[in-house]
Design a protein around this ligand. Structure first.
Ligand SMILES: Cc1ncc(COP(=O)(O)O)c(C=O)c1O
Length: 328
């Protein structure tokens, strides 16, 4: 497969491990975990794979400044700040709302990594980021905008490549996975996996647990990104067309809880259970919710006890201290 240029930023391939004690605790399925929380780059996470393509694009365009946006505890902004530092670019992050009383979790890391932090206050982050782009250009700089979550067609290729890596590992380990479970929000991660499924012969399902969108809206974004990424690889209309991709998009939006970044009993219980059975840290916004959903689907029988499940650990534990009030 001929991918566009990547800047090496992360540690790949990431490991696949069996969660023996968690599987035993849930009384059934074999559960494996893909350690994309260990991709390197300032504590790791899923954005590293996307940023390898996006930063290469920024460098090819001779840009000198990355601008991105996210929530106050954005993992994406922290990893973008780290990527910028690693390749010697400046970085500005536009965060939603107003500064909190204490600078904890990812926010502390953004600061340590040298990102310039701008708060959007009552305005939309996109509008503030666009304004910042104009201002930086007026100052003679060459800014590159990394959209929310790095979820562009180009960034999505990171997870098509991740599926290629993973199918090869599973084949070598001889583990026939029936179901992959992944947290899905700005959709690039799931879109890449869905495209990779079409390209690299993974025969199970990929289930996206929606973090903050209705299923139809998220499915539309997954499809759009997967088709855009397929076009970049030049495979659209070849092995990949809209109908066959759409049939691979599987989303569960029953676990939106109190909304984005609102930590409830589902996330608290999943974080504690995985920490205490496996010594593994999930995050409060994405993987805590996705694992909570996965555990609930197992307990309800919607995921059968005889299935082999691979949970994508997409990172985020760096945010934990930013949620100390909700977690304790
Ligand atoms: C830890 C973590 N997991 C999952 C996701 C969701 O990935 P995507 O935005 O590509 O859907 C994010 C996005 O920010 C994240 O930070």
């Amino acid at each position: 497969m001929k991918y566009p240029t990547r800047v090496p930023l992360g540690h790949f391939p990431t490991r696949i491990e069996k969660l023996e004690r968690l599987g035993g605790h849930l009384g059934g399925p074999e559960i494996y975990i893909k350690r994309d929380d260990q991709t390197g780059l300032a504590t790791g996470g899923n954005k590293v794979r996307k940023l390898e393509f996006l930063v290469a694009d920024a460098l090819a365009q001779h840009c000198d400044h990355l601008v991105t946006l996210g929530g106050p505890q954005s993992n994406h902004c922290r990893q973008t700040a780290a990527a910028a530092a690693k390749v010697g670019l400046a970085c500005s992050v536009v965060l939603r709302g107003d500064p909190p009383g204490r600078c904890l979790g990812n926010l502390l890391l953004d600061e340590l990594l040298g990102a310039q932090i701008q708060w959007s206050g009552g305005r939309s982050r996109e509008e503030v980021a666009e304004e910042l782009m104009v201002q930086l250009r007026a100052e003679g700089k060459r800014p590159y905008l990394v959209p929310l979550g790095g979820s562009t067609a180009l960034g999505t290729l990171g997870y098509a490549a991740a599926m290629q890596e993973t199918t090869a590992q599973l084949e070598e380990l001889n583990i026939p996975i029936d179901l992959m479970v992944v947290a899905s929000s700005s959709a690039g991660t799931q879109a890449g996996l869905v495209l990779g499924e079409a390209l690299f012969g993974y025969r199970g399902r990929v289930l996206g647990i929606s973090i903050d969108s209705a299923a139809a809206e998220l499915a539309r974004r997954v499809q759009e990104l997967a088709l855009g990424a397929a076009a970049l690889l030049g495979v659209r209309g070849d092995h990949v067309e809209a109908g066959s991709l759409m049939s691979k998009i599987d989303i569960n939006a029953d676990y939106l809880g109190g909304g984005y970044a609102v930590v409830g009993p589902l996330e608290r219980d999943a974080i504690r259970t995985v920490a205490r059975t496996e010594g593994l840290l999930l995050d409060p916004v994405y993987t805590g919710r996705a694992m909570g959903a996965c555990m609930d689907l197992i307990l309800q029988g919607a995921i059968g006890k005889g299935q082999r499940v691979l949970f994508w650990h997409t990172g985020g534990a760096a945010a934990l201290s930013g949620f100390y009030d909700d977690l304790l």
